[in-house]
Design a protein around this ligand. Structure first.
Ligand code: KIV
Ligand code: NA
Length: 264
């Protein structure tokens, strides 16, 4: 079958169907999620932490993310693949945003891009949309602004909720096809979801958004101290720990490799 498109995503909002998004950073994991019917995969700049071992998303570069994005595109055949534009690769100007997004599409085969922020990035969103590039917005706890926020904390409480609502409407008006809402109060996410005709994708935004996204290492239980909004669907850390210890023990004892793993 064909790839999911931004039109399919829009149709889901109209029909009220909720959908899942997960991150992916390599071909084999992307294949598992694609075969399971996950319609949209995000190659997040969270790769900074879960792939590259940094303690924030700030250090990761376009050159770091392009090979991961290309691998996810190669490993999938049905999902819409969204490339996250990393810190410093789009804020300077619409021209910079266009140059970066074009690299993700030409060199990696991404189908859409995501960038963080509201009114400050509207010219960038407009330039990308004019060039035919679908743009996913991201408001609330935007991790590339962690230093301005003074830590990873809930955003949009009180008066700043009205600013977030205005930014959400402005992003829709600028042509964004969807909007991630991260770590915002449930009632604000509900009001934004009702006010917009494009789908909202929540992470720590309560049950009322049109879609939900999680970092795959969080939902699989590989992440060591996950945030409150994470639900652990598997104990991958525990399972991998058990398996690699069993391998080590069998190497020590000589139980591995057995005859069936050897050539005559
Ligand atoms: O980088 C990322 O994984 C993200 C999602 C959590 C939305 O931006
Ligand atoms: Na991100």
């Amino acid at each position: 079958g064909r790839r999911v498109t931004v039109r399919d995503i829009q149709a889901a909002k109209s029909s009220g169907e909720k959908w899942p998004m997960v991150t992916a950073y390599d071909a084999m994991t992307a294949r598992v999620f694609d075969d399971a019917g996950i319609p949209v995969m995000l190659v997040g700049d969270s790769a900074a932490m879960v792939v590259y071992g940094y303690d924030s998303t700030l250090p990761v570069t376009v050159d770091d993310l392009i090979p991961l994005t290309a691998a996810v595109v190669r490993g999938s055949s049905r999902a819409l693949v969204v490339a996250d534009l990393p810190f410093g690769s789009y804020q300077a100007s619409p021209a910079q945003a266009l140059e970066t997004a074009a690299r993700f599409m030409k060199e990696a085969g991404a189908h859409a891009v995501k960038l963080e922020g509201g009114h400050r990035v509207l010219p960038q969103v407009e330039a990308l949309v004019s060039a035919g590039i679908p743009v996913m917005g991201h408001l609330g706890l935007t991790p590339q602004s962690v230093n301005a926020f003074g830590g990873y904390r809930v955003q949009g409480r009180g008066q700043s909720g009205e600013e977030l609502m205005a930014d959400a409407k402005a992003l829709e008006h600028a042509g964004a096809f969807s909007l991630v809402l991260e770590c915002v109060p449930t009632d604000l996410a509900d009001r934004v979801t009702a006010a917009l005709s494009i789908p909202t994708i929540g992470i720590g935004a309560g049950p009322g958004t049109d879609a939900q996204v999680l970092v795959w290492q969080d939902l699989m239980g590989l992440t060591e101290r996950p945030a409150k909004f994470v639900k652990k669907y598997f104990d991958l850390h525990g399972e991998m720990d058990r398996a690699v210890r069993a391998f080590a023990d069998e190497v020590s004892s000589g139980a591995f490799p057995a005859k069936e793993h050897s050539y005559s």
